[in-house]
Design a binder for this molecule. Structure first.
Ligand code: PLP
Length: 297
């Protein structure tokens, strides 16, 4: 029997954003309101978690264990999903210096949703993919036998969930753009688009090996490359969670223009990138862009 929370959800809304900065270049901007895909679990975190939750529930696993930093959206979404499904969750948090200190708002929400937190040192956290280190962690965190979801939630099943997002956008836009952390959302989304569409990812972290990671995620999920995608580099604004003043005022202005709260870590950087690329003539007149609003503040 499928839990009602795990039934397929209707497509998230796709709405036009009238914006003169795009209109001046003959470009239409659409917003894919994936922040509205689930009332409690916004956007891509739901897309990525849902197939994993189904696997955990159907496989009869006693708990779900995953990993994240102290401000991880993925940890928060996992905790909320666990509460909705009645599935115990364990969160392994990077940074043992946090243990015994007052919790920040994000971690406090995880605990309020019933997640058990287990703090580990940065070096232990780095080794979490090694089988021996993971087995030790599972035992120490009280997550023996748990269904394990990787950091950021991007595994092969997660990509399948994001493929649905691409399918919902078939025929709707020439270019579909999304902000990238692990790149899992872009990797799945690109695979679901129609052949004439292309996906553009905007990395929010500086440096890294994102293109290679996306290729290996697609290899694991689909057996090889899938869909047309590129990365628009140079819009990380100094790195993860950095919000310099110009980006802050861009986001506040976008909120005022379009009446939409803008999540700063990912969505603001995506919208900035699309605005800058449009203003530099990157998209031919007559193009339609769909920006995926992956979450809310
Ligand atoms: C986690 C997150 C992303 C990044 O998704 P990846 O699949 O890791 O690239 C984008 N937007 C929001 C709002 C997120 O919370």
């Amino acid at each position: 029997m499928t839990h009602p929370e795990l039934r397929p959800r209707p497509p998230s809304p796709l709405v036009e954003a009238a914006d003169e900065r795009f209109a001046a270049h003959g470009v239409r901007l659409l917003l894919k309101r994936d922040d509205l895909v689930h009332p409690e679990l916004p956007g891509n975190k739901w897309r990525k978690l849902a197939p994993n939750l189904r696997a955990a529930v159907e496989g009869g696993f006693p708990a779900l264990l995953t990993f994240g930093g102290a401000y991880s959206n993925h940890l928060r979404a996992t905790a909320a999903a666990g509460r909705l499904l009645g599935l115990p969750t364990v969160g392994v948090v990077r940074g043992d210096e946090l243990a015994g200190r007052p919790l920040n708002e994000s971690l406090a929400r995880c605990v309020a949703d019933g997640m058990r937190l287990h703090f580990v040192s940065r070096s232990e956290y780095r080794r979490k993919a090694e089988p021996e280190a993971l087995a030790h962690l599972l035992a120490a965190a009280g997550g023996k036998g748990a269904y394990v979801v990787p950091e950021g939630g991007s595994n092969a099943l997660a990509l399948r969930g994001c493929l649905e997002l691409g399918r919902e956008l078939r025929g709707m836009a020439d270019v579909v753009a999304v902000a990238c952390g692990t790149g899992g959302t872009l990797a799945g989304l690109a695979a679901g688009l129609a052949p004439e569409q292309r996906a553009v990812g905007v990395p929010v972290l500086a440096g890294g090996f994102l293109a290679a990671e996306i290729r290996s995620l697609q290899q694991a999920a689909f057996g090889g490359p899938a869909g047309a995608w590129t990365l628009a580099e140079g819009f990380h604004h100094g790195g993860y969670a950095r919000v310099p003043a110009p980006l802050e005022s861009f986001a506040a202005d976008f909120e005022a223009r379009h009446g939409l709260p803008i999540e700063r870590i990912y969505v603001a950087k995506l919208l900035w990138a699309l605005t800058a690329l449009t203003e530099s003539g990157a998209f031919p007149p007559g193009s339609t862009l769909a920006a995926v609003i992956t979450g809310r503040p």
